[in-house]
Write a protein that binds this ligand. Structure first.
Ligand code: COA
Length: 435
């Protein structure tokens, strides 16, 4: 058997040395969340501050770390972040005009990367090398393969806390140019606070989910509340974009066993995981979870191959036609399309499948109705009126698919907060959609 320890030793450098290799005008690629490289990025930002690096662009998605190029605008022009799906720091930077955003469906990213980008370096967090010379991508495998194909160089950041995904992505040391050892605790998401409203919504959706269903839960408190309400179910399966804490709980309590899945029976399928240490421990060396590329996992034609596919996602506002905005408040950027539409479509195409878009009826302390006559000017439509299935608030469920505009308006007004129903009825009549 080949011994790779000498090659490892030769390629090992410090984060500062890796940052020192970066040149003006480079494009750097990283995959989502925990696959990002905090050690190399911190050293790069320090170097940019000290020696005036120019025109470097760093592509990211759903950032797990507080990168300096997103945190403040002092690196503008030196290093700029470009996000495929913003949150946290990237959201602030995009709205502040010193970071850019690439619209797109998460599923299409590998194809977009292969068609449009070349990377001077692909940086990726990995678990320690195995005896065959492979580094596991751990918790994330969404478009790393595409970036690897399009990267001139590969820098891996080895973190002993990155779990080894046995059914996930990996890179061989022969493809790696630099190895940086940087152990840090993997960031965790703050535990979701499940208030009465989200628990009510979770309960309403759980009633619609039969034993044996296959579930996708999106980002936010409501999908987590649905997860909490599913503990008494049996034989559930998981096919999802993001693997979450509530899913580990469902597996550990026996509600999920993946036994009824037509595709990947016995295995939970995801493209990345983010949450608590409990998830990271679950993934480590576990063949019962497959972390696969997003162009496969989020393809509606793949999603629908499991019967009784149920998707649950959140939104910012919905108009009376059923157009769903999950990305902006007016022109203010909040998020990206992610996989919402793919899971809406995949669930609706699955035999017995259903898709739920769920949210509390109001925002900002009850002062704003999230069900609106028209979307706030500038709002981005994430799920169109032609795709939407169920909308859910704490006041009930509105089935929109196959329904007329007038039926939609009535169903949506019935689940709006009572304080806003008269106004919505008035607006709907004025628009001629209350026949
Ligand atoms: N009007 C004004 N502000 C609103 C609003 C409305 N109708 N609805 C929400 N907001 C504000 C909230 O108050 C919050 O503001 P804050 O950050 O200042 O507290 C912010 O917008 C975010 O809303 P919140 O309800 O906390 O978001 P969330 O964490 O539950 O996430 C989405 C909801 C829609 C942003 C999130 O699910 C998303 O990114 N979806 C798109 C991608 C997707 O669905 N992927 C699915 C596959 S994983």
């Amino acid at each position: 058997m080949t011994d790779y320890t000498e090659e490892y030793r030769k390629k090992r450098i410090t984060a500062e040395e890796a940052a020192g290799l970066v040149r003006d005008g480079w494009t750097i690629g990283m995959d989502a969340a925990l696959s990002q490289t905090p050690g190399i990025m911190a050293a790069l930002c320090e170097r940019a501050k000290e020696s005036g690096l120019r025109g470097v662009k760093v592509q990211t998605l759903l950032d797990a770390y507080p990168f300096a190029f997103y945190a403040d605008d002092s690196l503008n022009g030196s290093i700029n972040g470009v996000s495929w799906f913003s949150s946290g720091g990237a959201r602030k930077a995009i709205n502040g005009g010193y970071a850019d955003f690439i619209p797109g469906y998460y599923r299409d990213l590998p194809e977009r990367i292969r068609a449009n980008y070349d990377y001077d370096v692909f940086c990726v967090s990995v678990s320690p090398m195995d005896k065959n010379g492979y580094f596991s991508f751990g918790t994330v495998n969404s478009y790393s393969a595409a970036m690897l194909e399009k990267a001139r160089r590969v820098f891996v950041e080895v973190n002993r806390n990155q779990p080894r995904a046995v059914c996930g992505g990996q890179v061989h040391i022969s493809r790696v140019d630099a190895i940086v050892e940087h152990d840090c605790e993997l960031p965790v998401l703050p535990p979701t606070v499940l208030d009465e409203t989200s628990l009510t919504i979770g309960g309403l959706i759980a009633e619609q989910i039969p034993d044996g269903a296959c579930i996708q839960l999106g980002i936010g408190a409501i999908p987590d509340a649905v997860g909490a309400a599913l503990k008494s179910k049996h034989d559930l399966g998981i096919h999802t974009e993001m693997f979450t804490d509530s899913m580990v709980e469902l597996i550990e309590c026996g509600a999920v066993n993946n036994s009824k899945k037509q595709l990947h029976p016995g295995v939970s399928v995801t493209t990345f995981a983010f949450g608590s240490k409990r998830i990271y421990d679950f993934i480590d060396d576990n063949p019962a979870i497959a972390i696969l590329p997003v162009d496969y996992v989020n393809d509606p034609a793949v999603i629908c191959r499991n019967d009784n596919m149920i998707s649950i996602n959140a939104a910012l506002e919905v108009d009376l036609w059923g157009q769903v905005c999950a990305e902006s408040v007016g022109t203010k950027h909040i998020s990206g399309s992610g996989g919402q539409i793919d899971y809406v479509r995949g669930a609706c195409q699955s035999k017995g499948g259903k898709s739920f878009i769920a949210f509390p009826s109001t925002a900002k302390g009850g002062t704003i109705s999230k069900i609106k006559s028209i979307l706030t000017p500038g709002a981005v439509v994430t799920t169109s009126k032609n795709d939407v299935d169920y909308i859910v608030t704490e006041y009930g469920l509105a089935k929109l698919r196959g329904r007329s505009l007038s039926e939609r308006a009535k169903a949506l007004i019935a689940i709006a907060h009572p304080d806003f129903r008269d106004e919505l009825r008035f607006e709907a009549k004025k628009r001629g959609i209350m026949i």
